[in-house]
Design a protein around this ligand. Structure first.
Ligand code: NAI
Length: 350
């Protein structure tokens, strides 16, 4: 099964360790190092089978190649998965992270890690005890702090570029925008949109969060199960993945989808479903690049806040290019974004 998965993958290599003390499979996937070291987070998760974890690392490291290329970062795509039998805590967790750090160190800088699902900045501090190929440590250990505000700014620029393409004006003023998820990114995005004069609708499974954001920005609160049926100009998914699917798309009453959540499309066909419904889709990994820009920009590239602001604004320019290629080639924005990323990588292969 491992062989079948690897034969069907176009990446560079997967470093694999079985950690006997915790029965954890460690996979560090390097999809592409053409644009620079593979950069992507460490996911800790319980899987039914190690093959499921390997499948995830192949898929996720590939996605990071595209995300980092579209963010115009000098990084390729990588991702790690720690397939644990249960999520460890305390000393056992620390020891696991140290052994995992040894695996990353052995890759000699071809992979740079960070936090992902179930891993935190204190975990990255432990990794940093053994190697320097890590971002997203705590601020006491030189980390750059939460990336959510910069992610929100990037999404804001993405929404403006999408409005310009769909309506001929990038002005959010008077536009109705549904923000699904009033968390770290969704809350900050709501602030930016309210300041720009948008009419906001928010939803969160945590009603208190939705209420707090709504009160702050003067938004209407809807039940999370009603977000897809709410008429609006922009639907902004800032909660979880796979929200754009065969069940939700026919219900959607928006002109644009542009938000922070990762992996919004449940399947590749959902990009076609959106196009057929006349909905402009801003590819998630282009729009939510503020997260990787924040980490790489502040922790590796020495950017000033002014440089960061310029690079976040450039997310809007990239999206304009994506929509232009989509229109020119008669393909979905999802396909257009992949073509642009692949062209950027091909241009570096001699
Ligand atoms: P968060 O955990 O602070 O906020 C997520 C919010 O969504 C929570 O308030 C949660 O209660 C709510 N939620 C969960 N399921 C929901 C549902 N079905 N309907 C409505 N609300 C629901 O997370 P954060 O940092 O704001 O991230 C939001 C999304 O953006 C995530 O998918 C994340 O992977 C993605 N993202 C975040 C980045 C960052 O810099 N924080 C960078 C790139 C992507």
């Amino acid at each position: 099964m491992f062989e079948e998965l690897l034969r069907g993958w176009d990446g560079e290599f997967v470093a694999t360790r079985f950690d006997a003390p915790t029965s954890t499979w460690m996979f560090a996937g390097l999809h592409s190092t053409v644009l620079g070291p593979g950069f992507g987070g460490t996911r800790m998760k319980v899987y039914a089978e190690p093959e499921d974890a390997l499948r995830d690392v192949l898929r996720l490291s590939t996605a990071m190649t595209y995300k980092n290329a579209m963010a115009d970062l000098p990084f390729g795509g990588g991702k790690s998965v720690l397939a644990v039998p249960f999520v460890p805590t305390g000393q056992a967790r620390r020891e696991l992270m140290l052994r995992y750090a040894d695996l990353i160190a052995s890759l000699g800088g071809s992979y740079v890690t960070a936090c992902d699902m179930n891993t935190t900045s204190p975990d990255m501090d432990v990794v940093a005890e053994r190697c320097t190929h890590v971002m997203g440590t705590t601020e006491e250990h030189g980390g750059s702090g939460t990336s959510a505000p910069d992610t929100a700014v990037g999404v804001f620029h993405g929404i403006r570029a999408s409005l310009a393409h769909a309506f001929g004006s990038d002005d959010p003023s008077g536009r109705t925008i549904v923000v699904e998820g009033a968390g770290a990114v969704g809350g900050q995005l709501a602030d930016l949109l309210a300041e720009a004069g948008a009419k906001l609708v928010v939803a969160d499974i945590d009603a208190d969060r939705a209420d707090a954001v709504a009160e702050r920005v003067g938004a209407v609160v809807v039940d999370p199960s009603d977000v897809f049926d709410t008429p609006c100009d922009v639907f902004s998914p800032c909660a979880t993945g796979a929200v754009l699917n065969a069940e939700t798309i026919p219900r959607m009453r928006c002109r644009i989808v542009a938000g922070a959540a990762n992996n919004q499309l449940a399947t590749p066909e959902d990009a076609d479903r959106l196009a057929a419904a006349g909905i402009l889709y801003a590819p998630d990994y282009v729009v939510n690049a503020g997260g990787v820009l924040h980490l790489a920009g502040y922790e590796r590239l020495g950017w000033t806040p002014e440089q960061m602001a310029a690079r976040l604004a450039a997310i809007g320019d990239t999206l304009r290019d994506v929509f232009e290629v989509a229109d020119r080639d008669g393909v979905t924005p999802e396909v257009a974004a992949a073509r642009i990323a692949e062209a950027r990588i091909a241009a570096r292969i001699v």
